[in-house]
Design a protein around this ligand. Sequence first.
Ligand code: BGC
Length: 768
Amino acid sequence: MNNTMKKYYKIDEWSVIEEGFDPRRHEESESIFSLGNGHMGQRANFEEKYSGDTLQGTYIAGIYYPDKTRVGWWKNGYPEYFAKVANAPNWIGISVKTDNEELDLNECVVDEFRRELNMKQGYLERSFIARFKSGRQVKINARRFLSMVENEIGAIRYSVKAVNFTGTLELIPYIDGNIFNRDANYDERFWDILETGWNKDKAYLKAKIRKTGFEVCMAMDCDVKFNGTDDSFKMAPMEKQGFIGLQIKNTVNPGDEVVLYKYVSVLNSLNHKPGTLIEKGIQILNKASKKTFDGLFSEHVHHWEENWLNSDIIIKGDPAAQQGIRFNIFQLNQTYTGKDERLNIGPKGFTGEKYGGSTYWDTEAFLIPFYLSTEPTYVARNLLIYRYKHLEHAIKNAEKLGFNHGAALFPMVTMNGEECHNEWEITFEEIHRNGAIAYAIYSYINHTGETEYLAEYGLEVLIALSRFWRQRVNWSDVKGKYVILGVTGPNEYENNVNNNWYTNKMAAWTLKYTTDSIDFVMNEYPKRYQQILKKTKLQYEAEIPAWKDIFNNMYYPMLEERAVFLQQEGYMDKEQRMVTEIPREERPINQHWSWDRILRSVFIKQADVLQGILCFEHEYSTDTIRRNFDFYEPRTVHESSLSPCIHSILANRIGEAEKAYELYLRTSRLDLDDYNHEVSEGLHITSMGGTWMSVVLGFGGLRFKDGMLSLSPNLPKKWKYLSFTINFRGRIFRIGISDKETEVRLLKGDPCKVEINGNVVNCHQLKY
Ligand code: BGC
């Protein structure tokens, strides 16, 4: 898409704005305007009834249903279930009626519709005038947010003005547990409603997930104003099967305004004892409604202001790029707050059902750098601990596939550590995920300098990963090298290939890193080392030499005549075509071609060799990187959202500024401009970490070299100024880049050295 083309959402540096209601784009907008607060998330469904196409979506972090596996031909090793974050009871609902007519934007004539996602302050606001069939008109203004401070609270301010009629106005705020997951494998219900009821004037609904037994309680409190004052409304409780609400009625004349404040607490049994959920839910609700909507809102805004201080990226001269990057950062920060090591980040976050809300390698490969650089270290650390806590499961998972002696294969997709994925070519073969988990441990330690993490947690994981690789490789007499057969690399448009360069590289690197780490922990943390020896039953004399032999003798496929790393053996047997030769109407190929045709084609779904080159960039000359980029980029269709970001960073690295910019827009505005025609299913949350990398590592040229920050910026022509903040080794740096100068300010921490364009300088508050 051309960047100058008219965008559906208005360009604004701090907001996403939709003007005019287009029902055909409603599900798309429901994704775009989603809200979350780490604890829960909510698609931008309307409060009032909507009879058109809509994907109702309320999600609570960590609350999932184990949906029975659906598969054609069962293979030994497949999991019994796929964990899916359950679509939770609808807490936002408010139905609006005037006498016999109900407000429904699919039935009414809608004027002056405006929806705004305010990213600076973290709220969603919507206003419009609706005309009923009778000609009556109401003017609505609705604002809602999910508190970042009281993360079990959501609040709505819903105002209804009678424009041109005298009659009854009825509002019914409610909680509705009659909810389904659209992606349920067998159309099963995920929830049972346990209880609905009233505690004084507060309504509650308690529900339980089938099989896993997670319980959730939602409690609601309402406050109503009539033309700014308390008035004698007629109020009546309403209860139906799985539904609880409050009917509020009054007679209105033209110009009258009714404002409803709806507060809801959302508690679950991961965080509270099941028996206390109702009582605690009411307590938390009382506390929240006492603060009032404005009070809750102002502390929420304050939280966002603080958050933006360290995470914001400023781009001057290119409002579309500015809006794009803020949208990505906003979504990342409202999806994961790092407070709970049992939680992780699904590819769609809280914005849709696809991918089940479960954890993929995306977290380690695409998100760790963002959280490491913009948040206190515990945030990224909790993502690592999540995997550490799943180590036992990963060992069992490997045993199920025939490995032994403490070898671990982490799942391709998981919620609680158990594998959920069930396509053999991915579940059993996309084993490079183990490499990303090792690399994340390395990145964490390199970034924070916290070597005790290695001793405390990291090394145990590394040993189990290395044991896996040792058993997964085999010696080839023909090649006189170790090989890894039958894998799927990051490029999922090739399955069951031999010697995927990326996988071989990750495996060998993990073995080397583990070997070095064992020696390090042995010397620096001898007491802990003894505990690890005992726990893992590590046989130093037998295992370490075997690992060394593998990493010293790993086979790496090469295309000698072009001096590039070959994605896998046999890649050059394919008909060598370029992406530009694919007719436009056949793109994306995954929506137009048979799977057979895709597998036999040369086309690459997402960065594969280039993904590896970025991880080990310091080993390669710029010429090597360029040769590989020039070879792979024209063959890559970027049909995974995780792809353009990696290519953009490397394009910058080799000085291909225009290409880097084109790829950047594709990643940063992927959802806002709906490049892949699928945003209605939810946002690409995990690729948003890649977007951040493509600005900071790409245009900023930031690297973390031997404990030192290094920058070699390269701004796109349009950008007058770029600024971002980096948390690194206990210091906070603010970097400002214009075409004339690069400024690095030390906001926190002791003076240190930084490298700018190859020159090492002292950093206090420095201009260069
Ligand atoms: C990508 C995977 C990724 C998954 C979830 C797939 O399309 O190929 O690399 O883990 O999406 O984001």
